[in-house]
Design a protein around this ligand. Sequence first.
Ligand code: SF4
Ligand code: SF4
Length: 345
Amino acid sequence: MEEDRELIVRKKAILLTSGPVQVPPRFRSPFPLSRSTAGPGAGSTSLVLSFGRFRVKKAITTEPSEFRLVGDGPTYSLMRGEEMFLEDVSIQPTIAHAPEQAFFNLDTQCIYHCRFCTSPALERKLTKGLDPDKVVAMVRGLSQREDLRAVAFTAAVVKDPQSTVDKLAYVISRVRELLPDIPIGVEPYIDTLEQIDQLKKAGADEIKLNIETFDREIFQKVCGELDLDHILEAITYAVEVFGRGKVTSNIIVGMGETDANVLQGVEELARRGCIATLRPLRLNDLNRRPMTEALGTLEELTPDRLLRLAREHRRILESYGLTSLTLHTMCHECGCCDIVPFRDL
Ligand code: SF4
Ligand code: SF4
């Protein structure tokens, strides 16, 4: 049993570090396909594939690819070349962006230019023109769904952080009125500590403040307009406001940093009561060029590295009395893009 689990989590790591999944030209998904405007799949059409208790969100293509989805549903198989890779795969519906969650990106245009971020490069038609009241109405519509477990919001910074936080806080407060008991997560960029209080007061339960990398040299090259120390200070304050185990932060893996640096970042966050999300870097047509310009040619991320880091991640969280199971929104709950400690291994 344990061996099966090891094998299957390894397969998840392989999928997280591989390219799109090939589907037949006339492929008909049982559920609407996801076209995300945030997260690693931003800009691509993707599907959530579920196998056992694991799931991954994969971009799909009709071009030849390493992995191929075969079958007519409701159960499919995933072939790797001519070999069976996963026999029993199902397609899971997303509610908005994520399975079992309504996760909205309110804005994609951003005054900052983080090199890995695909959001600002998306075509305007993909940004869906989400005005705050429209989003609240969409959540109201989705609240009838039995599989809705959480709601979350993020937004790029169109004008300045305060106006983005105001917009997020408005939407959160309206959704909180509508759904008093649902967990609400928020992933903002903030520039004052008061904005953290504002989001909590509006009704958010969990907050994600991304440091993106703990390697200062890489941070400077990819997020040069942001301030790592300020984000760390904000995380400490967010833990005071939201509580231990209710704050999370992305560390992107695969930008040329060492394992030791990633784990130092995980530990620094844990020391503050914050749970890292170790996010495999995904390069695509929108971010490959800026990333290569900033960092040179990057070494490919391997499944072994992801698994090794996830195991150490779990060990560090344990040693600080933390677990990802306290988070009920956004990426830890979703689990589509990372190896999540305590859930996957
Ligand atoms: S602040 Fe956020 S949305 Fe803006 S460029 Fe950076 S990662 Fe993208
Ligand atoms: S893990 Fe996070 S970024 Fe990936 S699909 Fe889920 S909510 Fe989106």
